[in-house]
Design a protein around this ligand. Structure first.
Ligand code: PLP
Length: 373
């Protein structure tokens, strides 16, 4: 039968009439770039995150870059993040002219180890970017405490964590700004590219609104250098429809994760995800760990079970960041995870028989992961 890694089609089929009618409305109104559909979604998404304001932008990368720019990150600054993330986290730091500095991840949660922050902070450090990896929030209390003590900004990369919670509060609501991606494969995905920054500070929201629109405070009044990073009207309208379902989709992801973890508990060769006791993990990615991961992935693929790897190379070892001078073994947890992570099929529409198929394929090929004699 086979199990796809991601299935955007079945979710689309479940809401296609609502989507068609909302897109039709946008077409009739010709509100294509920004406009009322984006503004409506911004209000709804700010409320969803427990924030005062949301500013819709073109992508998650735009969200990170513009949030850091608005908070004053610039040339000569250093920004601390983790090496186990999507490339865009570090890229956005570089786009500000600043230098990414990494700290290793926690071997259980795969998020930033706050205990390592103090050693990474120097005279040029301007901000910390915790990444809520795979949908599990970072341990924010110590991050915020250390940031406050050193006068640093905190920009959350919540691009994988829509609706995730830490001590009962939503991801994206802790730092000076929270950044989201609505790339189609994300938990809340547009039908194209989109992103948002969520903030509480009115003045910061105003700066972000100008930055995404060529630095204009009003038409033809360019008060700063910005960019074209507006959200499309069609994406705003699509996201408003999908936001109504995100809670039930998240509950489904969490059920599937529990099911996988229960069934895989018997396979001692595999490490299943750990969920910290005070969080709501939203399982954007359900990643297991296995030695001989590549062999296991090939075996699963031969059964038609599609897996993915997030991410095979930690950022400090990417060719583009050779200039930072990091060598192998700089971040042992991040590096061993990169060799072992294997992301299993995960989306709300997964059905029981598909989960069973993935589990039985893993079970059949478990010998592939036994360390070589
Ligand atoms: C997806 C993602 C981004 C970038 O978002 P885009 O919308 O693709 O630009 C940034 N950080 C993380 C952790 C992501 O998963």
């Amino acid at each position: 039968m086979g199990v796809p890694f991601l299935d955007l089609q079945s979710q689309y089929q479940s809401i296609r009439e609502e989507i068609a009618s909302t897109i039709h409305e946008v077409l009739e109104s010709c509100a294509f770039a920004g406009g009322p559909y984006v503004e409506r979604f911004e209000r709804e998404f700010a409320t969803y995150c427990g924030r005062q304001f949301a500013i819709g932008v073109g992508s998650g990368t735009d969200a990170l870059w513009l949030a850091m720019t608005a908070l004053g990150v610039g040339p000569e600054d250093e920004v601390i993040t983790i090496p186990t993330t999507f490339f865009a986290t570090a890229e956005a730091i570089s786009l500000c002219g600043a230098k990414p500095v990494f700290v290793d991840i926690d071997p259980y949660t795969y998020t930033m180890q706050p205990e390592l922050l103090e050693d990474a902070i120097g005279p040029r450090t301007k901000a910390i970017v915790p990444v809520h990896m795979f949908g599990q929030p970072t341990d924010m209390d110590p991050v915020l405490e250390i940031a406050a003590r050193h006068g640093l900004k905190v920009i959350e990369d919540a691009c994988q964590a829509h609706g995730a919670e830490y001590k009962g509060r939503r991801a994206g609501s802790f730092g000076d700004a929270g950044c989201f991606s609505f790339y189609p494969g994300k938990n809340l995905g547009a039908y194209g590219e989109a992103g948002a920054v969520v903030v509480d500070d009115d003045a910061l929201a105003q700066i972000l609104r100008t930055l995404r629109d060529h630095g204009q405070s009003r038409k033809h009044d360019h008060v700063r250098i910005g960019w074209n990073a507006r959200m499309d009207g069609i994406q705003g309208a699509v996201l408003s429809v999908k936001l109504k379902y995100i809670e039930s989709w998240t509950d489904a992801r969490r059920r599937h994760a529990r099911e996988y973890s229960r069934a895989l508990a018997e396979l001692e060769e595999l490490v299943t995800p750990f969920e910290a006791p005070n969080v709501r993990h939203v399982y954007h990615i359900y990643a297991i760990r296995a030695s001989n991961r590549d062999r296991l992935a090939d075996s699963l693929r031969s059964d038609g079970v599609q897996c993915a790897i997030h991410y095979p190379t930690p950022i400090h070892l990417q060719p583009a960041y050779r200039c930072l001078g990091y060598v192998e073994n700089s971040f042992p947890v991040a590096e061993s995870c990169a060799d072992e992570f294997l992301s299993l099929p995960m989306y709300p529409e997964l059905v029981e028989s598909q989960i069973e198929e993935v589990v039985s394929s893993l079970s059949r090929h478990r010998s592939a992961v036994a360390p070589p004699a």
